[in-house]
Write a protein that binds this ligand. Structure first.
Ligand code: SAM
Ligand code: SF4
Ligand code: SF4
Length: 338
């Protein structure tokens, strides 16, 4: 194994793969319906990486240091036969963990198959338990009960489940304590995500971010917390355990307390472009490389070289100037994968 490092001495450990740019939700912070409307041109199937191509890339990434793979999208469960892909990745020597991020709407249907295929864990996104607010946030596409059923089925199938809640000022900040209470009782880890300036279409403003400290204050009012150590270097969420020993929460504070110094994540979009940062404006076309007939040694060399040149630390540097510089040039979240 090569164990490549970037310019800031960060290893390559995690690979996030977006398996589709399509989604059955239209969350306003990700795929607002007025932009991702009926005429929006999603990728045709021949422009999307096949399972064979993804499997080949994962093997090469593992040879460079990757140990964890996360499948995301768009909505990954819209990709036909997803459990088959999980099974193929699970068989790759060196892959220690395969996670899936999903909006949960199709989880009830696929949870058993995913667990059987070797999925290690699942993160389910849910922004509110209030039907009306949830509906407003997801573009009137999904019901709370469907997501909760998906969560139940995943847990029943033996998959560890975490819940992701994006917190947006004026939209769902009033749900913080209720979500914490509900998932503490269910014994699932809830992770609050600060609303981020990913992509160009969500109209992000700093004023719409509920900072980590305010999120924690709300949870503390319901049940006191103690900060605890990360499970491993590079864990994106900072962890807090309930003082009564009954569970924990996490906060992903990309805006107010960035964590670029330990970022070991590479991302591949559905069309096979490699990005070394969630806020990248350019990437490397791996689909072309794969389909050009290049052998594994050439692809390995190119990937290593991309990582070795990496200097990304957008969230550490986020300010008016850096935001202006990337205005309208960032990749949409549904493409690059969360
Ligand atoms: N569709 C799946 C889902 O929603 O879980 C997977 C893809 S989604 C892009 C991955 C994660 O990114 C979700 O947890 C979502 O809430 C989060 N996300 C999307 N846009 C975001 C934004 N602007 N700020 C913070 N998190 C965001
Ligand atoms: Fe779809 Fe996930 Fe984006 Fe919501 S956050 S629109 S569920 S891809
Ligand atoms: Fe990693 Fe880029 Fe996020 Fe920093 S801003 S943590 S480099 S993805």
């Amino acid at each position: 194994m090569l164990n490549v490092q970037d310019q800031l001495h960060r290893p390559l450990r995690d690979l996030r793969i977006s398996v589709t740019d399509r989604c059955n939700f239209r969350c306003r912070y990700c795929m607002p319906a007025e932009i991702f409307g009926p005429d929006y041109a999603f990728l045709p199937s021949d422009k999307i990486l096949s399972f064979e191509e993804i499997e080949r890339l994962v093997k090469i990434f593992v040879s460079l240091g990757v140990k964890k793979v996360r499948i995301t999208g768009g909505e990954p469960l819209l990709r036909r036969d997803l459990p088959t892909l999980i099974e193929r990745i699970q068989q790759i020597a060196g892959v220690e963990d395969i996670a899936l991020t999903t909006n949960g709407t199709l989880l009830k249907k696929y949870a058993q198959d995913l667990a059987r295929a070797g999925l290690s864990r699942v993160s389910v996104s849910l922004d509110s338990l209030d039907e009306q607010r949830f509906s407003e946030m997801n573009g009137q596409r999904g019901k709370v009960a469907t997501v909760l059923e998906g969560i139940e089925k995943a847990a029943e199938a033996g998959l560890p489940v975490k819940i992701n809640m994006v917190v947006q000022k004026g939209k769902n900040e009033q749900d913080i304590a209720e979500m914490a209470r509900f998932f503490k009782e269910k014994q699932h880890i809830l992770r609050f995500i600060e609303y981020m300036d990913v992509g160009n279409s969500n109209g992000w403003r700093l004023d719409d971010v509920v900072p980590k400290k305010d999120i924690l204050a709300q949870v503390q009012q319901f049940s006191p917390l103690n900060a605890t150590k990360p499970n491993y270097t590079g864990e994106v969420a900072s962890r807090y355990q309930y003082e009564d020993g009954q569970g924990e929460i996490g906060v992903i504070s990309s805006v107010t307390e960035s964590f670029c110094s330990t970022c070991s994540r590479a991302r591949i979009s559905a069309e096979g472009t490699l990005y070394t940062c969630l806020f990248a404006t350019t990437g490397v076309n791996l689909r072309e490389l794969l389909r050009s007939g290049a052998d594994d040694a050439i692809i390995t060399e190119q990937l290593a070289s991309v990582w070795q040149k990496r200097t990304d630390r957008y969230s550490d540097e986020r300010n008016e100037q850096t935001m202006q510089k990337r205005k309208n040039a960032k990749i949409e979240m549904s493409h690059i994968g969360g």
